[in-house]
Ligand binder design. Structure first.
Ligand code: SF4
Length: 631
């Protein structure tokens, strides 16, 4: 590679200081930084790790949000090239790296406006929004949008800037009121979760409106079209149809959904009540053939005629099944939670504890502000969403903090009913029957989306190096290796600006076609091994950031809500729990990935192998030396 910056990038990022009200353009790093971190998750995490002071709290003005696309974002020739990732200090855990990413069109539009990403710091004294076009970037008054839901805000902001094709990412009342799980929503229903919306709120940044028409430069367009076609073939099997939207969502694949604060997992016919009456339209993200997002017009029940737009995930359905809600009421509440802008798992795990406490007499109407928290009450859930988003009353304030805080304030047995991981929450599905997914949720940096997978055999493209499998879903052997490699290739998608929903590693060419797309876009010559190393770097950046702030690997099995590790209570997976294999299976994972099994810090040799020497002072060896010297 002779040029200083490969193709696929716009070459610039924006630096926005909201305290000073200043905006400046900065060059994107060049080789070798880009070759090492590529973009997306890893480049955003790298910037935050280098720039965020260790003592900063998530909602301090000095707190930083870095948002980065990758070289595959917005080429238009591959599936899944629609992602932008955000890295920040997690408001949910207070000491781990928050990572979120969102698809749709917003990240693509940012690139079309001429920027690969942006870094936001400081705090404005009054509500503002950022307007980014190819011609200018400005901070504008957002006072009249403050307090509005995300849906109305998106429409109003587009009208206000007079650009009907502009794309909007916006927070709702939850973000404005510093709810720890406040989300940033874009393109009516896509979201960047895990608390980034709360950080926007602390900075009084209501929205970012973007508009542009530029296209990223491509190294070899013909090669990219060919590789993109192969990639499309590999994901054909995951293409959605309206029929897949008339089900309980992802949990149908393993036969469990969340019920009654994780006290049942059985799927019932009533869960999908009325879905057959709904009018469903599948939508693409930018140029993506998978068609995961959808629009529904509810066709039955009290919300008949309501039009709602959703992204491709189905976690929100489990969030409301978990509170006893069924059928089209689930879809209605999905629209409501998006509008106030709260992450579903954080809400549902907190509300689940409150509902259970109400059932068992530990919580009274005096404490709930008159709310009757009876399972399946749409009114109670809707009102709870509103008081959480506005931090109203004793319960609303606790819900805004999280499930652990709700449980501790209720007291008695309630802390045993909480589902949390390090104070954050797992993504909302009943993962407990699944060894690989449980490993993912437990080791994630607190409030991270799934970055692992459940393959029983190595991906065909990796058969040359991965020798584990077939795995037994009920025995621990091999799952640590499986978790590491799936985490690597999932993170690889995050760094290139791709959507992991559009990655089908189980099919031949499912990974190779993506690597070839990257090479055709950039002009690089990545191998599969190098791609996995790129994912591995992203994983290690997370550990480095977290360890700097007091996290250690032991938190992965010790700071976990007890209910999450209870045996599956009923249904086809009844009695199973990963808890019987802890901590050994997590320790094995850390060892395999070149980190110490108790501290989670990378070994020096691992940092050297991956070119991360600049973080050597974070290594386990240096940490131990320092500890010994300090004794
Ligand atoms: S795979 Fe689904 S969510 Fe991902 S970019 Fe494509 S349509 Fe969007």
């Amino acid at each position: 590679m002779t040029s200083q910056r490969p193709m696929g990038y716009m070459g610039r990022i924006l630096r926005v200081d909201l305290t000073r009200g200043t905006i400046r353009t900065e060059d994107l790093p060049e080789e070798p930084v880009l070759r090492r971190y590529v973009g997306g998750d890893a480049l955003a995490a790298y910037m935050v790790l280098r720039e965020l002071p260790v003592t900063t709290k998530p909602f301090d003005p000095e707190s930083i949000v870095a948002m980065l696309t990758g070289p595959l974002t917005g080429t238009g020739f591959t599936p899944g090239g629609a992602k932008i990732s955000a890295a920040f200090l997690s408001p949910m855990t207070g000491n781990t790296l928050g990572l979120s990413n969102t698809a749709g069109y917003w990240g693509v539009e940012l690139k079309q406006a001429g920027y690969d990403g942006l870094v936001i710091t400081g705090a404005s004294p009054r509500p503002v929004y950022l307007l980014i076009t190819e011609k200018a970037v400005s901070l504008e008054d957002a006072s009249k949008f403050w307090g509005q839901g995300t849906r109305a805000s998106e429409t109003l902001l587009r009208e206000a800037v007079g650009l009907k094709d502009a794309r909007v990412a916006v927070i709702g009342p939850a973000g404005e009121n510093l709810v720890r799980s406040g989300m940033l929503l874009n393109d009516y229903g896509h979201n960047a979760a895990h608390g980034v919306g709360g950080i926007f709120g602390s900075k009084k940044l209501k929205a970012i409106v973007v508009h542009g028409t530029a296209r990223p430069p491509i190294h070899d367009r013909k090669e990219l079209i060919a590789a993109g076609d192969r990639w499309r073939q590999a994901v054909l099997v995951t293409k959605r149809t309206p029929a897949t939207k008339r089900t309980v969502g992802h949990g149908r694949e393993w036969g469990a959904v969340n019920k009654l604060n994780w006290r049942s997992s059985v799927i019932e016919a009533a869960d999908t009540r009325g879905f057959d009456e709904d009018r469903i339209t599948l939508r693409p993200c930018f140029q993506c053939s998978v068609l995961a997002p959808w629009t529904v017009e509810i066709g039955e029940g009290p919300h008949k005629g309501t039009l709602l737009q959703f992204n491709g995930g189905s976690e929100v359905m489990d969030a409301f099944y978990n509170l006893g809600i069924k059928g089209n009421d689930v879809l209605y509440l999905w629209g409501r939670i998006n509008d106030v802008g709260i992450e579903c798992a954080h809400f549902s795990c907190g509300a689940g504890v409150a509902f259970e406490a109400y059932e068992k007499g530990l919580l009274t109407k005096d404490q709930t502000g008159g709310l009757e928290l009876t399972w399946g009450s749409v009114d109670a859930v809707e009102r709870l969403l509103d008081i959480t988003a506005r931090r109203e009353g004793w319960l609303g304030e606790l819900m805004a903090q999280g499930p652990l805080e709700v449980a501790q304030a209720i007291g008695g047995e309630a802390p045993n009913w909480a589902v949390h991981v390090k104070g954050g929450v797992p993504a909302m599905h009943d993962w407990r029957p699944l060894m690989g997914e449980m490993l993912c949720q437990l080791t994630a940096s607190g409030a991270m989306k799934p970055q692992s997978g459940g393959l029983m055999n190595p991906p065909p493209d990796l058969a040359y190096r991965e020798k584990w499998g077939p795995l037994d879903p009920r025995a621990p052997e091999g799952w640590a290796s499986q978790h590491l490699v799936t985490e690597q290739y999932r993170h690889f998608m995050g760094v290139v600006g791709g959507c992991w929903h559009a990655q089908n590693a189980a099919k031949p060419d499912g990974l190779k076609s993506i690597v070839d797309s990257l090479n055709a876009t950039t002009g690089w010559d990545f191998t599969l091994d190098e791609s996995l190393d790129a994912g591995h770097r992203a994983i290690l950046l997370r550990s480095l950031f977290d360890a700097q702030r007091g996290w250690s690997a032991e938190d992965d099995w010790k700071r976990v809500g007890p209910r999450f590790l209870e045996p599956v209570p009923d249904g086809k997976h009844q009695g199973f729990t990963i808890a019987r294999y802890l901590p050994e299976i997590i320790q094995e994972y850390y060892k395999l990935s070149g980190r110490h099994e108790a501290s989670g810090r990378p070994f020096l040799a691992t940092l050297h192998r991956l070119g991360l020497e600049e973080f050597a002072h974070h290594s386990h060896e240096h940490y131990e030396e320092g500890r010994l010297r300090g004794r």
